[in-house]
Design a protein around this ligand. Structure first.
Ligand SMILES: Cc1cc2nc3c(=O)[nH]c(=O)nc-3n(C[C@H](O)[C@H](O)[C@H](O)COP(=O)(O)OP(=O)(O)OC[C@H]3O[C@@H](n4cnc5c(N)ncnc54)[C@H](O)[C@@H]3O)c2cc1C
Length: 438
């Protein structure tokens, strides 16, 4: 822990940590580099899963000259209605790989990250972001609809490698082959490649096949999720920030998406078990209103006006001892699923993709496995730290008494008012990370 302050590590919500590195992210990809990397085109990578991690990995590998193919089990590449926050460390990579310009029209840049008391609405912490993030971390902090992010990634990949996505292709098994991997599907002929990446999410089939059966653990929390047009909310609109509303054994997060025209709501509530079959089910508005009874009217009004509310069970996995066997490796939630209380799951999958491509650039066939070990060693400490802090943040957000709030947020509030850079500096390790040159 940084000895210069008495701020508890997990306190600054989405973000905090203790390294004070201010290194800047180096240029990762020149978009024209693809020609330089074409020498690798005889190497083929199969990516299982067309979510944020899988699509970013395909783009990064393609930019370094790999022949890539993404297999996605859904009938089309899309995302359920929900918002996502992307911090500067993710934005810098999206910019470097040519995706950011495709997202511009739909982005929203919040004024600040705030913590408020969920019942009274009283502000406890305010960390300026709009304009500030660019100046300190060299990139914006943004909020976006997940569908818009996935569409941008898909368009970029289609531009670089026009027929590189197959949907309706559920992978059921993956096996090792000499210097490669073989993937089998429910309804497609098997495919082989020099490299197989399991970017197939928290319930990864690839992970299970290479590392054995282990079930994700229910964290004792479920999430309500909805998005709503801002003009349906009347005067009771949540602030134009990333706002964490804290409460006893629950918290909510409101953000803006679709260029500020929609509000995204996540309400996380402790519950001892998750018995439903799936982890995403339709929820009942009355239950959500009960969970947030007596809360700030900007929250209850939002729930009352929601057209549809989904319920998610929140699961996680412990850090792994390795992310690859032979030429088959994991990425994103398949490798390190985490709680959303640092808003980093997707961002970390973007970082994974960048580091993976950098270690595999110009890699001879017989060195792929060694390089996958290097990828793991470059990533494991950082992703494990984010997992750890996400878990502690969640416990912190669920502290509700005046005394506990004063104990936790008081020192930060004072530091933020007197020397704001102390608070912001504690995010440098995350937002100002340095990535390897390709
Ligand atoms: C409430 C909530 C809020 C969040 N907010 C944020 C945030 O603000 N910022 C952030 O960075 N992160 C956030 N996250 C985390 C983020 O959503 C995940 O970490 C991220 O989506 C992981 O991306 P992924 O590509 O690894 O996996 P996924 O998004 O799960 O994608 C996996 C893909 O693989 C496909 N697939 C699965 N199995 C197979 C198979 N057998 N064959 C073929 N395809 C398959 C799936 O259909 C899916 O398309 C949040 C999470 C939750 C629950």
């Amino acid at each position: 822990m940084d000895q210069r302050t008495c701020i508890q590590e997990p306190v600054i919500s989405m973000l905090v940590g203790f390294s004070t590195s201010t290194a800047h992210v180096t240029k990762i990809f020149n978009i024209n580099d693809i020609r330089a990397g074409d020498r690798n085109l005889n190497l083929k990578a199969i990516i299982v899963g067309g979510g944020v991690g899988g699509l970013t990995a395909a783009i990064c590998l393609r930019l370094t000259g790999w022949d890539v193919h993404v297999y996605e089990k859904a009938t089309k590449i899309s995302e359920t209605g929900a918002g996502i926050q992307i911090s500067p460390n993710g934005i810098k990579i999206l910019d470097e790989i040519g995706v950011l310009p495709l997202l511009e029209e739909t982005l929203f840049e919040p004024d600040a990250i705030e913590i408020r008391n969920g019942l009274s609405g009283r502000q406890l912490i305010n960390l300026p972001m709009g304009g500030y993030a660019q100046a300190r971390w060299n990139a914006r902090y943004v909020q976006i609809h997940r569908a818009d992010l996935v569409n941008g990634l898909r368009s970029r990949l289609m531009h670089l490698a026009p027929s590189s996505i197959t949907t309706n292709a559920e992978v059921i098994s993956v096996m090792h082959s000499p210097l490669g991997g073989v993937v089998t599907f429910t309804s497609h002929p098997e495919q082989q490649a020099n490299l197989v990446i399991g970017a197939d999410g928290i319930r990864s089939v690839v992970r299970q096949k290479i590392l054995g059966q282990d079930r994700p653990q229910f964290t004792g929390n479920m999430a309500w999720r909805t998005t709503i047009d801002i003009d349906k909310l009347g005067d009771l609109v949540p602030p134009p920030t990333g706002c964490i509303w804290t409460g006893k054994k629950k918290h909510a997060v409101t953000t803006r998406i679709r260029a500020g025209q929609m509000v995204n709501f996540v309400g996380i509530v402790e519950q001892p078990t998750w018995q439903e079959e799936g982890w995403l089910i339709k929820g009942c508005k009355e239950d959500a209103l009960l969970d947030f009874k007596g809360w700030d009217p900007r929250i209850t009004n939002l729930i009352e006006n929601a057209v549809e509310l989904n319920r998610w069970g929140l699961f996680e996995r412990n850090p792994l001892a390795k992310w690859h066997v032979g030429h088959i490796a994991l990425l994103g939630d398949a490798a390190h699923a985490m709680l959303p209380s640092m808003a980093q799951g997707a961002v970390q999958s973007i970082e994974d993709a960048c580091v993976l491509a950098s270690v595999l650039k110009s890699c001879p066939k017989n060195k792929i496995s060694d390089q996958l070990g290097k990828y793991f060693r470059k990533r494991i400490a950082r992703t494990s730290k984010v997992q750890r802090i996400s878990k502690r943040n969640l416990r912190l957000f669920h502290k509700a008494t005046a005394l506990s709030q004063l104990t936790w947020y008081g020192p930060i509030w004072i530091a933020g008012k007197t020397i704001p850079t102390i608070v912001q500096g504690r995010l440098d390790w995350l937002y100002d990370a340095e990535f390897p040159l390709l």
